[in-house]
Ligand binder design. Structure first.
Ligand code: AMP
Ligand code: MG
Length: 450
């Protein structure tokens, strides 16, 4: 049975939530984010994984190089190593005293001679430059020995990659809190790190609420009952969570009943670090999620001054005490004994955008990422936005070939086609208006998805 929260009795454990007036003042997005990030703490401990398997994981300790990279001066070109001073003028002919392929260490270079050398090979002692083979002519001396004619004027150091120019011995190449990319795995490997210490993946329980929801595959489109819609958030949110390195348990659609919701919450809290739901958090709605979370833990219901989005529930759900647990000290803030909870709005675009702007930073922080702010860029608007909303708006846009942000024609919070078409969001301040050609703040979706 749905519970009407507007008439439920005040609860002593959450005075602010229970005493909230029907129309709560809007909380700014920045304040909401600051509260979230001020509350959640990184998951304790770490695991050691093969560097091969560490893509997307977050380092918990620095990677320090025990060697110089490259380990010695080497050539970046196929050509001839020589002393630059020996080439007094273009056309100078030098005897070729040795041949040095990559992986072979040559002999010290005698003055007045050149060494045939190949990309990546160590520069022989005494050589000060490499001349690329395109500027050289291999010739044979009358006595049959190899010579080279140098058709250029080499400068000291040319085409030589210096020892340690990429990484100096004892330097930190990757810091704790870094989220590993393909290129950072390569960098770790380049200093010999076969294993890396990384944060645990957040274990996230996901469920949807809403009796109107139907699963694709369960009911064919032509047999959809009146009032039913397909559960799209389940797919979007699950994929977003996986993209951020979470281990997701999908609890599906939880029936619209208080007892079922409480049971699911308890089960989810026992085995997970974080519980994410969509739907049923609109202010004043008759919904079961809020009383269920309140009964199982703590909850704040926020009205955030953002559009799309607005309602967001944040709290925690207690874990069952395990046998042998020390007697609780009475503090409800013991984060190790509860799972975080965030309830997103049900509208597909609202839940997507709210996830990107508020849940993503929390999941990154749980993994110990230091800098969770997405990068944004100033671009010119290719659209007019004549009437600003009281809420800060994140409109769906796509950059055109001229670099201007073009607006999707329908900015409604239920229109999923807008976020598939878009490649970014433009951030418009409360009450803000935009004229074509104005500078606006553009947040690429690509920055918000990892
Ligand atoms: P609510 O936040 O529960 O009031 O839902 C707001 C709107 O989002 C309603 O039109 C819901 O039908 C829709 N909605 C809620 N959950 C989902 C979902 N999982 N997938 C697609 N639409 C949803
Ligand atoms: Mg609902």
């Amino acid at each position: 049975m749905p519970v009407d929260m507007t008439t439920s009795p005040p609860r002593t454990d959450t005075p602010t939530a229970a005493a909230r007036p029907a129309r709560a003042p809007l909380l700014s997005l920045d304040d909401a984010l600051a509260r979230l990030l001020g509350t959640v703490v990184p998951l304790p401990g770490h695991e050691t994984v093969s560097t091969f398997d560490a893509l997307g994981r977050v380092l918990t300790s620095n990677v320090v190089s025990l060697l110089d990279v490259p380990p010695a001066d080497n050539t970046s070109m196929d050509g001839y190593a020589l002393r630059a001073a020996d080439v007094v003028e273009p056309g100078t002919v030098l005897p070729v005293s040795q041949r040095i392929p990559a992986g072979v260490v040559g002999q010290p270079l005698l003055p007045g001679s050149a060494a045939r050398i190949f990309t990546g090979a160590q520069i022989p002692a005494g050589a000060t430059a490499v001349v690329m083979q395109e500027q050289c002519e291999a010739i044979t001396a009358p006595d049959g020995s190899a010579q080279v004619r140098v058709n250029g004027s080499p400068t000291e150091g040319q085409w030589i990659r210096r020892r340690g120019e990429d990484v100096a011995r004892a330097s930190v190449v990757l810091r704790a809190g870094h989220k590993l990319t393909a290129q950072s795995l390569g960098l770790a490997a380049s200093v010999g790190a076969a294993h890396l210490d990384v944060a645990h993946r957040p274990r996230v329980a996901l469920f949807s609420t809403g009796d109107e929801l139907v699963m694709p595959g369960a009911v064919a489109p032509e047999h959809m009952p009146p009032g039913a819609i397909y559960n799209s958030n389940r797919y979007t949110l699950r994929a977003l969570l996986q993209g951020l390195g979470c281990e997701v348990t999908d609890f599906g659609i939880v029936p619209d009943r208080l007892d079922a919701t409480r049971t699911t919450l308890r089960e989810a809290a026992a085995e997970h670090d974080f519980i994410l739901t969509s739907g049923g958090v609109s202010v004043g709605e008759e919904d079961h999620l809020r009383p269920a979370v309140l009964a199982e833990g703590r909850l704040d219901l926020w009205s955030i001054g953002m559009k799309p989005g607005k309602p967001l529930a944040f709290g925690s759900v207690r874990r069952p005490l395990e046998v042998g647990d020390a007697a609780p000290d009475g503090s409800e803030d013991d984060v190790s004994r509860s799972a975080w909870f965030i309830g997103l709005p049900g509208n597909p675009v609202s839940s997507y955008v709210t996830f990107l702007l508020l849940v993503r930073p929390v999941l990154l922080r749980l993994q110990g990422v230091a800098d969770v702010a997405p990068r944004s860029y100033t671009v010119r608007a290719g659209f007019d936005w004549p009437r600003g909303d009281v809420r800060r708006e994140f409109v769906r846009v796509r950059l055109g070939a001229d670099g201007r942000a073009e607006l999707f024609h329908n900015q409604s919070a239920g229109v999923l086609t807008s976020v598939v078409w878009a490649d970014g969001l433009v951030d418009i301040a409360p009450g803000g208006t935009v004229k074509a050609g104005d500078e606006v703040r553009y947040l690429p979706l690509s920055e918000l998805l990892t």
